[in-house]
Write a protein that binds this ligand. Structure first.
Ligand SMILES: Cc1ncc(COP(=O)(O)O)c(C=O)c1O
Length: 498
């Protein structure tokens, strides 16, 4: 243990929780920052992820700490028991689910935000102006009109839920918030493809509309929603008395990164008078890449877009976002009068629309700051280039899979996600994923495609390079061979002729 840590006595005065000795605190805090920076700078020296030893799990299970512990000791526990066993998504070998890598810039911005300890539920202060600036940038990027509104939330699951609520209030009128849904017998139905993220169905459940009211429409071979089937389902529902109110398009499906035909969906929704929402959790930020942006054609016609800056935007968790074309409809879904939140002409309570009018949260942190720092420090062109590069890496992985007879590609590569498997059964591939994760070499995740277990690599992290892709392929081949006892079990279909 370092001299500074040993000597630090982070004792506190009886009244305030501020350190009694600021210089001692400062020395330790600087050391923490240095080590956090080292952790990112030297991330390649560590395993991507490692299993948590039982002793480590046990070490953090303590009684409620009634007595004070020295800050240096708490930091030691963090360094030994927490930091080494994190998810690993800052590592370039992390390719599971859809996790961004974060940046050192985002990390220090988060620290600065914590220093301000601002509450962005409302009131008149600059942190809210920073959030409003990002809303304005997003409005411009996605071609939304003046009067559009936006808000930071935890993630796209929350943003999608809020979009369902805005669309619901828009369809039923603001009185539905008072009377409840279904009182007038209206049976709302929503639509998304079978490849849509599960949070859409959960949003229907939480919104009180029920998951049955979400019609899951078939997809084509590229996992894009079958627009003709959608149109037919809407007609059937109208025929039997349902009221179609919402279509959620996927701009980057979670399994394989497919982007629905946004233009066709926008046209259909306009014809039918249905709210058009886009789940762009990761894919929407492809708008930053001139090469990829055309894939999102039609997104500018959406009524709302959900996206995460913490995925392809590389902002540290969490930084979800909802953009709504008609800010007034957005407000009508959430705003609520309260004497203790009254708006004044001047003073700290000045200002018109407060973020608490645009979502369910009243207490809100300063997520916008790490996003503002990230967008400004790197510039959107560079972030767009990072996004395009991760798609190029996905194509590189695709090429490696196609060139390797022991591997099988399971889905087209649309953006940054590659689904493949070792030519063996599901059980062996499941073991391979866990073997690779536990080896610390790489961290892919898995999914099921057409009934087959797939090894899934989503390249999101800006640090990932070709060598990391090579390491993943080698590890899959190595563990696959070991699991098969050196014998490759070949299942139908036969080896691809590449
Ligand atoms: C397409 C899609 N939608 C929604 C989500 C949920 O986003 P979050 O995890 O930020 O809530 C994800 C997460 O990966 C996603 O890929």
């Amino acid at each position: 243990m370092n001299e500074i840590i040993r000597n630090t006595q982070a004792s506190f005065t009886n009244g305030s929780l501020d350190p009694q000795d600021w210089s001692e605190f400062r020395a330790l805090a600087h050391r923490m920052l240095d080590e956090a920076i080292d952790g990112i700078a030297n991330v390649r020296a560590r395993p991507v992820w490692q299993p948590i030893p039982d002793a480590v799990r046990a070490a953090v299970r303590t009684d409620v700490p009634r007595e004070a512990t020295d800050l240096a000791e708490v930091y030691r526990e963090f360094s030994e028991h927490v930091a080494p066993y994190a998810t690993g998504n800052i590592h370039p070998g992390f390719m599971g689910w859809v996790h961004g890598g974060g940046t050192a810039v985002g990390m220090v911005a988060e620290m600065l935000a914590a220093g301000l300890n601002a509450n962005l539920g409302g009131r008149d202060h600059m942190p809210i102006e920073v959030e409003r600036q990002i809303v304005e940038w997003m409005r411009g990027l996605f071609g939304f009109p003046q009067g559009a509104s936006g808000i930071f939330v935890t993630g796209t699951s929350m943003a999608n839920l809020m979009a369902v609520l805005v669309a619901r209030t828009s369809a039923l009128g603001a009185l539905a918030r008072q009377h409840g849904i279904g009182n007038d017998g209206t049976l709302l139905t929503a639509y998304a493809s079978k490849a849509a993220h599960g949070c859409i169905s959960r949003a229907m459940d939480i919104a009180g509309l029920g998951t049955d009211a979400l019609r899951k429409i078939d997809v084509d071979a590229d996992h894009r929603i079958d627009v003709a089937a959608l149109r037919a389902q809407i007609a059937i529902d109208r025929e039997v008395g349902f009221r179609p109110f919402l279509v959620t398009a996927s701009a980057g499906t979670v399994d394989i990164g497919a982007i629905d035909d946004l233009r066709a969906l926008a046209d259909l929704c306009r014809e039918e008078g249905i709210w058009f929402h886009v789940d762009g959790a990761f894919g929407a930020l492809a708008i930053l890449s001139p090469e990829l942006a055309p894939l999102l054609e039609g997104i500018e016609l959406a009524d709302s877009i959900a996206l995460d800056f913490h995925k392809w935007g590389q902002v540290p968790y969490d930084a979800g976002f909802l953009l709504v074309r008609d800010g007034e409809r957005h407000r009508q879904a959430f705003a609520q009068p309260a004497a203790y939140l009254s708006r004044e002409a001047r003073g700290l309570a000045a200002g018109t629309v407060w973020p608490c009018d645009l979502g369910p949260d009243l207490s809100r942190g300063f997520r916008a700051l790490k996003t503002w720092f990230t967008l400004k420090t790197f510039g959107t062109d560079r972030l767009g280039a990072v996004i395009a590069r991760s798609c190029a890496l996905a194509r590189y992985l695709e090429a490696r899979v196609l060139a390797e007879p022991r591997l099988e590609l399971l889905a087209p590569v649309n953006l940054n996600i590659v689904c493949f498997r070792y030519r063996a059964g599901d059980a062996i591939n499941r073991e391979i994923v866990a073997d690779v994760q536990e080896s610390g070499i790489a961290a892919p995740s898995s999914t099921i495609l057409d009934g087959k277990f797939a090894i899934r690599a989503a390249i999101v992290n800006h640090r990932t390079a070709e060598t990391d892709i090579d390491a993943l392929v080698s590890a899959v081949l190595e563990f696959g061979a070991r699991r098969c006892g050196g014998v490759i079990e070949i299942e139908a279909p036969p080896l691809a002729a590449q």
